[in-house]
Design a protein around this ligand. Sequence first.
Ligand code: XMP
Length: 507
Amino acid sequence: QILILDFGSQYTQLIARRIRELNVYCEIHPYTHAPLLTEDIRGVVLSGSPCSVREADAPNPDLSAYLGQVPVLGVCYGAQLLAHQNGGEVLPATIREYGRARLTHINQHHRLLHGLEPGSQVWMSHGDTIKTLPDGFLAIAGTPDVQVAAYEIEGQSTYGIQFHPEVTHSTDGKQLMKNFVVDVCGCQQDWTPEHFVDAMVTALQDTIGETDQVILGLSGGVDSSVAALLLHRAIGPRLHGIFVDNGLLRKDEYEGVLEAYKVLGLNVRGVDASQEFYAALAGLTDPEQKRKAIGRTFIEVFDREAQKVEGARWLAQGTIYPDVIESVSVKGPAVTIKSHHNVGGLPEKMNLKIVEPLRALFKDEVREVGDALGLPHNILHRHPFPGPGLGIRILGDITPEKVAILQRADAIFIDGLKAHGLYEKVWQAGVMLLPVQSVGVMGDERTYEQVVALRAVTSVDGMTADWAHLPYDFLAEVSNKIINQVRGINRVVYDISSKPPATIEWE
Ligand code: XMP
């Protein structure tokens, strides 16, 4: 594997993505917790950082355990750090070095750079630049403005590059990463979904005792479903899936998802707890209070159901890699914008050990593994859906009647997206029921009914998002259908806010 030492750059996860696309396994570790060099680490990448090596408190770890032992590639800050530590001169750049640049001189015979043509576009994003290289460092590529765009340390497989090969704007970035990972580090490109499934099934069988029972909360989403399939393959019916109907699911979702799990042969039990959730939510209007009530009730219901499983030792979770690695926060912990409800606090309460088979995977890798395990297309490509469900899409207090109205409007929107081939073009979509009534006219009648907002976004990871530019004709059709078919709604609006500053959900 390749080890990526993270210095807090926004691009660190992208480095991991690029390496994994080469079918090579890699892990990100914060520089403050750099692991010992073991035999399976074939190479090290030093990430970028928002810091400058010239700042007194900038990351400055001792890298001697790696240097000269395995190939090392410093990217941006990583490159500047190596130069700085060895007596080179890193200064503020006099010309802005952000955005596109072209490599005009390249040592094409160099094994890090072969396949890169002169003129190759690269993406720069740094305020500092390497002015003078230390003794024993050789420049191997440059741009008109940046003399040392890439260097090597003589006699070692240690390299530094000041541009970002991991972003798609660096057109030969993939080639460069491949040169490093495959040619220089000698990694085999054998980390495939099938390989992952085989290795994970064996690992799960080794970890989970032969008579241990495992509990897993299922949501109908990709992550928990893939986790279930992996565990099912490893331990069969000793996996006990629990799927809770919180009364805030999409229309027909509960029945549909249970049926799909049945077809897959999974041992999953459905629990209809709608009334308990409605009771806990009665009269609550504040978004955070609603989220907390839903979270609390979920834990109560899940705990009660889990107690019924004799011999339960493990709680499985569909945690994925982005949940695990938060890029090192150089500026302190991030603020909580919304308290996400999933199963936080559950394991301590239940005294179970945790097993997380997807911990090492990015979302699209989870999909590939799901595909290899035969998960049907409709679950594999399902939009993300928040744990608190329609509870955070009904603004104000929640009643079963409002849920029923929203379910019908939401189904019209989602079915419409599917029918027009738009569903998989957007990252997530749904309808918000607003606590606003407006006047309308239907036939000769005056109406005074509720407003819904359609929300559809494009995104890569949900962290940032843009409103989806859906065709007007399509929006018109959905609006007509909702107003004609859903009693209680007489006005439909489309949300054209991006995230930030808005969020995807309205609460
Ligand atoms: P926001 O509204 O913060 O949402 O832009 C970002 C993504 O997270 C989902 N979301 C949640 N998912 N539990 C979840 O499992 C939650 O409490 C929760 N709140 C928001 C949201 O649907 C979007 O995909």
